[in-house]
Design a protein around this ligand. Structure first.
Ligand code: PEP
Ligand code: MN
Length: 337
């Protein structure tokens, strides 16, 4: 921690800070410049994180030197983590594509979509059985019935299934039917939910909160790892900005930033980020070029009648065309798809 003192800080005030640091078991290194002094607090930075040193008289600001996350950091583990989801590896040279409808609506539609995305090269099936909807009057998902359909469609096509859990009480049934647990953007900072999936043995897909910084997102991942589950995949799904041409703004730079800071795999979701199916392919291309480990794509056989997110859902034929288009982009950055 670096403690920057005010220009007019007195020796008495400096001493007061140094004494407090000593009480906390930290050493101080005082550096006196022409205009102001700074104190370097040497020792375990975590001790200081919860200390209100900023309120000490004469202190201008307190700056952390180390990142607050540990287990998710590259310092903790330098080599890339590869997460296995029922045999599908995420984080290797081969990109993983999770595709399927926004919501599971019935078995027939799900099976049709699963079969088509599998034929086009998808590696996993996605679909929501518990839906986080802005309106309480909108379709909330089929619940356990939807989970059963996901399991059946996944088995029939050989695609492992990823689906969202919103409530701690549903973790048990989601674990029973799905291969990977998704934590949605709106629950990225539901810390009790994060702790509980940290205790699960299922891999977790942690989406970025639409109003969260990369640091907050990695801290949320830290909750899961700190509770024992190291099988975490991050998903950039767009953040809220002033731009309203797209549903959210895909933060492409988050991909290389996360790659630098963390060993965890990261995938991109251009469907939710753009909100428009016609923008999904170009943004997917950009995400691959940016170094993501995979994609999450919404596909629907009848977007006009979709129960949710029809505007951003690709027809199976468009998804097929996209998968073909992404191949040379993947190849250009040393990956396959
Ligand atoms: C989803 O993937 O179904 C979803 C609701 O996404 P997000 O949490 O990113 O909005
Ligand atoms: Mn959706």
């Amino acid at each position: 921690m670096i403690i920057v003192l005010k220009k007019n800080a007195t020796e008495k005030q400096i001493k007061h800070v140094v004494e407090r640091l000593k009480e906390l078991g930290l050493k101080s290194m005082i550096s006196r410049g022409i205009e102001r002094a700074i104190i370097g607090a040497i020792g375990d930075e975590d001790i200081l994180r919860s200390q209100p040193l900023g309120v000490f008289p004469g202190v201008e600001k307190v700056m952390a030197v180390m990142a607050p996350y540990k287990l998710v950091s590259r310092e903790f583990k330098n080599e890339n983590t590869v997460v296995s989801v029922s045999g599908v590896e995420i984080g290797s040279d081969k990109l993983v594509v999770m595709a399927g409808p926004c919501s599971v609506e019935n078995y027939d539609m799900l099976f049709k979509i699963a079969k088509s995305v599998k034929a086009s090269g998808a590696n996993m099936l996605r679909g929501g059985a518990f839906k986080p909807r802005t309106s309480p009057y909108a379709f909330q998902g089929l619940g356990e019935e939807g989970l059963k359909y996901l399991q059946q469609a996944g088995k029939a096509t050989g695609l492992p299934v990823v689906t969202e859990v919103m409530d701690i009480r549903d973790i048990g049934i989601v674990e029973r039917y799905a291969d990977m647990i998704q934590i949605g953007a709106r629950n990225m900072q539901n810390f009790n939910l994060l702790k509980e999936v940290g205790l699960s043995r299922k891999p977790v897909l942690l989406k970025r909160g639409m109003m969260s910084t990369i640091k907050e997102w990695l801290m949320s991942a830290e909750y899961i790892l700190a509770n024992g589950n190291f099988n975490v995949v991050l998903c950039e799904r767009g953040i809220r900005t002033f731009e309203d041409a797209t549903r959210f703004t895909m933060d492409i730079s988050a991909i290389p930033v996360v790659k630098r800071l963390s060993h965890l795999p990261i995938i991109a979701d251009p469907s939710h980020a753009t909100g428009k199916w016609g923008l999904v392919t170009p943004v997917a291309r950009a995400a691959i070029a940016g170094g993501c480990d995979g994609l999450m794509i919404e596909v629907h056989t009848n977007p006009e009648h979709a129960f949710s997110d029809g505007e951003q859902s690709m027809l199976p034929i468009k998804f097929k065309a996209m998968m073909k288009e992404l191949k040379p982009v993947a190849r250009a950055v040393g990956r396959t798809i």
